[in-house]
Each structure stands twice: as structure tokens, then as C-alpha cells.
Design a protein around this ligand. Structure first.
Ligand code: OOB
Length: 566
């Protein structure tokens, strides 16, 4: 096998990535999780051939006209895994994956697991700003992008990101428009001439990652300016997907439609793509959750399960009446990621004619699902309960004291698939983790049956249709816009998306600042479009609390009292 002898990742860097930045679980808890059968000490990549042997001809992945059986999927993953190794990407290397939903994303993800490369699950909507910041933080050695996608030149962007991230040397392109200096991922899968499946497999099997290694990095929808990265190990992420599939009743007959961006934990492994493949089901991918595309695909592929955020689900519900789609195959629609009102639940059940399951989860770990046995009023009004008997939950008041059942408080959590710290972020970890307890920043109540109800949050984010935007990150960017003296970013209610970002700006004296100025400056800085503030409140001075901090509650009151914003 033509493998480079020099790796683009030094041993030191690999060791840092695999262990240095990760806060381990204490030994006694790790033993408990092993003894309970949660952690199986097997790398996720091992599963790929296990699936292929169990049902070689079963349909694994569908993307338009492209179909992979389980055996073809395993072969494709190994081809790409070997390609990664040939480019010097092996155990401990980090790959930014910024791909739209499609077969390439699944194959590349599995290839990473086979090769021991840790993918960082970015979004195709991310731009230079996000990719470079995360690439630096995670020490990425490579980036994978589509070709032209939605009229945007992703390979050209990837080249710019490479120039900005010192550790990054390889640009992988999954699409057309592959430059001579790019790595062509599709070609590796199409090249079936040297069909030495066994040799490839043996080579990869001989050098597996450890189950305690980082399997995948997820992004946090966090609160502070510096983006945070969550390292999920093979052990904890395998359990995350396996237990989710069990709780949600996935089996070999499941045809799961991945319509939300697959970089999110929800469609990736809750139970999502990974949970479906684990039980021998079929994963169908669409690049956008538009009602027409989704309805067409549900009917054509006889989809049984699909996941949505509330904003997307309400678009589907609104479109059902005029489109009259064939949804007879649908068994389950999962909804989570942001607040979902009881009334919206009822409308969805009526319109879709199938079970609607609320999900409350986070890339940081904890997953809660409403169970099929829960009565309808509980299914309508709660966001489910945790998947593991070893998920430990505390609901506390601002002084850290546990509240009584039924009262609201901030949710703290720890458990077998909730990491104990962010990756290489000691400062943020001091705020977000206490003795291994992750502070979710969510205000919840415990419902009598043990289900949780999410009632609000303490963290300073804008939840725009399930995409989390850190107020602090956008404030830093707007602060640098010409003419801005002071800025605060707040969430304002929106009938379609739940919330949108509003910039509250105090201009420098004698200057004006418009929404267009802000948009232009942020776009020029390479910020993802969904994070750009969509309304503007211009103020003469910033309201302050008694301790001299920006009073965001006062800003929200001012915004709601005005009907028209810029
Ligand atoms: C999911 O993951 P993230 O990491 O994008 O966002 C997590 C945050 C939670 O802390 C909470 O603030 C909010 O999103 N959230 C919800 C919710 N589900 C998530 N807020 C209200 N109601 C819900 N049902 O969003 C995620 C990950 C896995 C499965 C599902 C969602």
C-alpha cells in the first residue's frame, strides 16, 4: 500500500489531540460505564465491516440516484480511509468536514473512523471565519468541502482557510471543480480498478484507533466568543447512537431521512445516521429540508423516520395542505433543537398523521426523548427523559442549590456520554463544568413522570431555528465595525425561526450605523450568513444594570415595545 512515511501530524500533536485536550472520566466512573455495558471498548470503525458482514446486500445509503449496499459502503469507506492515510492523515489527525448532506459525507465520516482521523463536524453554511477559528483550535491538518455548492466556491474558500491555519495542509474536495492541488475524494470511490478490498481492510484493521481516542469533534452552540469544540470518544459516541436507536425503536426496517445538516448531533447520531446504520436500516440524505424535496423523497424511498427542528417542521406542516404529499410510510417525526409549543405539537400530529416525538439534546452529550409509552399530554408538553440510567441530573437555583420538583432551575448533567470538559479550553471549562457536571445553561422543570420541560435558558445565545449563535461572538465582530461605539446582541422573537439576532448599537458621536453596514462588514470578515444580525436598534446610550453591565432585559423590552426595526 502506497502510504507516506511522513505524517502531516507529528506524534506530539497527535498525542495532544487524542488525550491532551480531553478531560477524562474518572477511573471509577469509567469502570462503572464498562461494567454496565455502555462502553464496549471498541472503536467505531470496527463496526463498519460488522454491518457489511451482517447484511452485505442490504441498502445502507441513498442519495438521489446513488445507492450503496452495506458492503459497498464498507468498501468505499476503506478506499477513502486509505486515501487519507496516503495523504499523511492517520490516527490523531483532525479533518474539518464542511459538507452538505450527501453520500460523500457518510463515506468520509466512516473513513475517518476507520483511519483514526477525527472529523470536526462543521456546516456547509460556515465560512472562512468559522472554519479558520475552529481549524486553529482543533489543530486541523485537512479540510473537506464540496465543489461549487449553492453558487459558492467552497474549494477556493478552503484554500484561503489553509493559508490561515498553520497546521492545515490538505484540501479534500467532494464534488466537481477539483483543482490540481486538491485531493479528489469522489475519484477514490469511483476507482474500482485495484480492487484489493482484503488488503485495504487488513491494513486498516491492523492499526485501529483506541476506543478512548477522540472519534469525532462536535461544535458547541456555546456562549463565549471563542468557539468551543467537543471531543466525543469512540466509547461514548457509540453508546450515544446505540442507546438512542434502542430508545427510539430503530431497526432494520427503519428508513431514516437526514434532512437537517448532518454535522449536528441530532441527525448524526441521535439516533440519526449512525443509529440507523447500527441496526441495519437505510439512511436517505437530502441537501436541504425544503418541503418539496422532503415530501418527494419520503414518498419515493418510503421513509419511516425523519428529524426536524421546530422551524423546519412548521414549514412542512404548512406545506402539507397544498402539496398533499404521500406520507403513508412515515412512522415517526422527531422534533428538537429549540422550543416547541404544545399547539405546534398538535398541529404537527394532525397534519402528518404519525407519531411526533420531542427530543431535547445537546452536542455536549445528554439526550432526552419522549417515549412511545408516554401518554399524549406528556408527549405534547415535555421534551422527554434521558436515555441512560447513569445520566445524573441536577436542577439548581442561581446559588447552586437543588430546586424542588416542578420548580425551574438550571440543568446540570454528567454521565457516560457527556464529556467532562471542552477540548483544550481550560478557561471556558472553569465556567461550564464543575466537578464534571456540565452546566447546560438551560432552565428546566422536572415533570412528575421524570420527563423534562425546557422553560428557558440562562446562556447568552440566539437560537435561530435550531442554529445557535453566540451573542458574544457577534458582539466582538460588530464592535469592530466602523462607527460602532458599543454593541449588544440579543434574541428577538420570530414567528418562523423562533428567534433572530438583533444588534443594539450605540454609534460613535456624529456617525450613523446601518444594518447594511453591519452585514457588509461581517460578510467581508467571512462570517456565516445565518449569524448576521437581521435587525438593528440604534441607541444613544446602552442601558446598564446596577452593577454596570449591559442590561439585555431592558434592551429586549425596548425592542418589543417598538414595532418597526431597521
Ligand atoms: C441540539 O444540540 P445543540 O448542541 O445544537 O444545542 C443544544 C441546545 C440545548 O442546550 C438547548 O438550549 C437547545 O439546544 N435545545 C432545546 C431543545 N433541544 C435542544 N431547547 C428547547 N427544546 C428542545 N427540545 O439542539 C440537539 C442535539 C441532539 C438532539 C436534539 C437536539
Amino acid at each position: 500500500m502506497a502510504e507516506r512515511t511522513t505524517s502531516v501530524v507529528t506524534d506530539d500533536l497527535a498525542e495532544t489531540i487524542l488525550r491532551g485536550g480531553v478531560t477524562p472520566w474518572p477511573d471509577d466512573l469509567a469502570e462503572t460505564y464498562r461494567a454496565a455495558g455502555y462502553w464496549r471498548d471498541r472503536p467505531l470503525g470496527d463496526l463498519v465491516w460488522e454491518w457489511a458482514e451482517a447484511r452485505p446486500h442490504g441498502l445502507a445509503v441513498v442519495d438521489g440516484d446513488t445507492r450503496f449496499t452495506y458492503r459497498e459502503l464498507a468498501c468505499a469507506a476503506d478506499r477513502v480511509a486509505v486515501l487519507l492515510r496516503e495523504r499523511g492523515l492517520g490516527r490523531g489527525a483532525v479533518l474539518l468536514v464542511a459538507l452538505p448532506n450527501g453520500w460523500e459525507l457518510v463515506v468520509l465520516f466512516l473513513a475517518c473512523l476507520r483511519a483514526g482521523v477525527a472529523p470536526v463536524m462543521m456546516l456547509p453554511a460556515h465560512r472562512d471565519h468559522e472554519l479558520a477559528a475552529i481549524g486553529r483550535r482543533a489543530g486541523a491538518a485537512a479540510i473537506a468541502v464540496p465543489g461549487m455548492f449553492r453558487e459558492y466556491d467552497h474549494p477556493a474558500m478552503a484554500d484561503r482557510v489553509r493559508d490561515q491555519v498553520p497546521s492545515l495542509s490538505e484540501v479534500l474536495v467532494c464534488g466537481d471543480d477539483v483543482g490540481a492541488h486538491h485531493v479528489d475524494v469522489r475519484a477514490a470511490v469511483e476507482d474500482v480498478s485495484a480492487d484489493d478490498v482484503l488488503a485495504r481492510r487488513a491494513h486498516l484493521d491492523a492499526t485501529p484507533p483506541a476506543a478512548s481516542d477522540v472519534a469525532v469533534f462536535l461544535l458547541s452552540g456555546g456562549t463565549t466568543g471563542l468557539s468551543k469544540v467537543i471531543a466525543r470518544t469512540h466509547n461514548d459516541y457509540e453508546y450515544n447512537a446505540r442507546r438512542s436507536a434502542e430508545v427510539c425503536g430503530f431497526d432494520a426496517r427503519t428508513v431514516y431521512l437526514a434532512a437537517l445538516p448532518a454535522g449536528h448531533n441530532f441527525p448524526l447520531a441521535s439516533p440519526g445516521i449512525l443509529g440507523t446504520l447500527m441496526v441495519g436500516g437505510t439512511v436517505v440524505l437530502v441537501p436541504s429540508p425544503s418541503p418539496s424535496r422532503v415530501f418527494e423523497t419520503i414518498a419515493a424511498e418510503r421513509v419511516t423516520v425523519v428529524a426536524a427542528v421546530p422551524a423546519v417542521l412548521s414549514r412542512w406542516v404548512a406545506a402539507v395542505e397544498s402539496a398533499r404529499p404521500d406520507l403513508t410510510s412515515l412512522r415517526l417525526v422527531q422534533v428538537g433543537g429549540s422550543l416547541f409549543a404544545k399547539e405546534a405539537y398538535r398541529r404537527a400530529v394532525d397534519a402528518l398523521g404519525c407519531r411526533v416525538q420531542q427530543v431535547y439534546g445537546m452536542a455536549e452529550g445528554l439526550l432526552c426523548y419522549v417515549r412511545e409509552t408516554d401518554p399524549d399530554d406528556v408527549a405534547a408538553a415535555t421534551q422527554g427523559r434521558p436515555i441512560s440510567d447513569h445520566d445524573e441530573l441536577r436542577i439548581v437555583d442561581p446559588s447552586g442549590v437543588e430546586v424542588h420538583d416542578g420548580e425551574s432551575g438550571e440543568l446540570l448533567v454528567r454521565g457516560p456520554y457527556t464529556p467532562r470538559g471542552y477540548f483544550q479550553a481550560p478557561e471556558q471549562n472553569r465556567e461550564a463544568f464543575t466537578d464534571g457536571w456540565y452546566r447546560t445553561g438551560d432552565l428546566v422543570q422536572r415533570h412528575p413522570g421524570g420527563n423534562l420541560v425546557v422553560v428557558g435558558r440562562t446562556k447568552d445565545v440566539v437560537n435561530r431555528g435550531g442554529e445557535k449563535i453566540s451573542a458574544d461572538e457577534i458582539e466582538r465582530l460588530v464592535q469592530a465595525v466602523d462607527g460602532v461605539a458599543d454593541v449588544a446582541v440579543i434574541a428577538v422573537p420570530d414567528p418562523e425561526l423562533g428567534e433572530r439576532a438583533c444588534a443594539c448599537v450605540v454609534p460613535r458621536s456624529g456617525r450613523t450605523v446601518t444594518l447594511q453596514d453591519i452585514g457588509r462588514a461581517l460578510r467581508a470578515a467571512g462570517v456565516a450568513e445565518f449569524k448576521i444580525p437581521e435587525s438593528l436598534l440604534v441607541l444613544r446610550e446602552m442601558p446598564q444594570t446596577s452593577v454596570g453591565k449591559t442590561d439585555k432585559n431592558a434592551l429586549s423590552r425596548i425592542v418589543t415595545s417598538r414595532t418597526h426595526l431597521a
